[in-house]
Design a binder for this molecule. Structure first.
Ligand code: GLN
Length: 193
């Protein structure tokens, strides 16, 4: 059965994700409403500004439908999207206790790499289907994954000993931007879940 990948497109770097999945021959739908959410099999939460996303989603009644979707279906969060998947966040306190979708046992801190390292590129070894592959990784005002529940979360890539790409069941979180390079391995990996 062919799948439809939804890309949350209220804010941030959503267009490049659409292009990446379309290059893989997949059907992509931008998600901005509950009706669109009901049409998709999997969801990508892109990079952008997590505070803006939370504000907009709460205002437009998308928060709880998305939270439910994320608890059940495959979801791939990049950068700000990874923050939104975490059970414990640092930097979203102004939204109260319900400040993320809370579906991955990871602890994430916003804007963790400091000002002079706001954005940088590096090559990382990522683990995909038990193979190791070097890919270019672009970090843009990236969060860090400070802690993971290692009984539940698999670490697929690290940078300076900190996890930057993790999987828990049908959820993936990555703190860099795989949609900004030509390598489609991470998108393919999510499509295969
Ligand atoms: N700094 C952003 C945030 O806190 C994330 C940056 C990104 O998604 N590239 O939400």
């Amino acid at each position: 059965m062919s799948q439809t990948i939804g890309v949350l497109s209220i804010q941030g770097a959503f267009e490049k994700h659409r292009i990446a999945f379309e290059k893989l021959g997949l059907k992509v739908l931008y998600v901005r409403s509950i009706a669109e959410l009901e049409k998709i099999d999997k969801l990508v939460i892109p990079g952008g500004e997590s505070t803006a996303m939370v504000t907009i989603l709460k205002k437009h009644d998308l928060w709880f439908p998305l939270k439910k979707f994320c608890s059940e279906k495959p979801v791939f969060g990049t950068c700000a999207g990874a923050i939104l998947l975490a059970k414990k966040t640092h930097g979203l306190e102004k939204f109260g206790v319900d400040n993320s979708f809370s579906v991955m046992d990871i602890e994430v801190k916003r804007n963790s790499y400091g000002r002079q390292l706001d954005s940088f590129k590096t090559f990382l070894d990522i683990k995909i289907n038990n193979n190791s592959k070097k890919i270019e990784s672009i970090f843009i005002r990236a969060p860090s994954i400070m802690d993971v529940d290692s009984a539940k979360v698999e670490i697929l890539a690290s940078f300076k000993k900190e996890p930057v790409f993790v999987r828990q069941g049908n959820k993936l979180a990555v703190t860099f931007h795989p949609e900004l390079t030509d390598d489609l391995s991470i998108h393919q990996y999510f499509a295969d879940i």
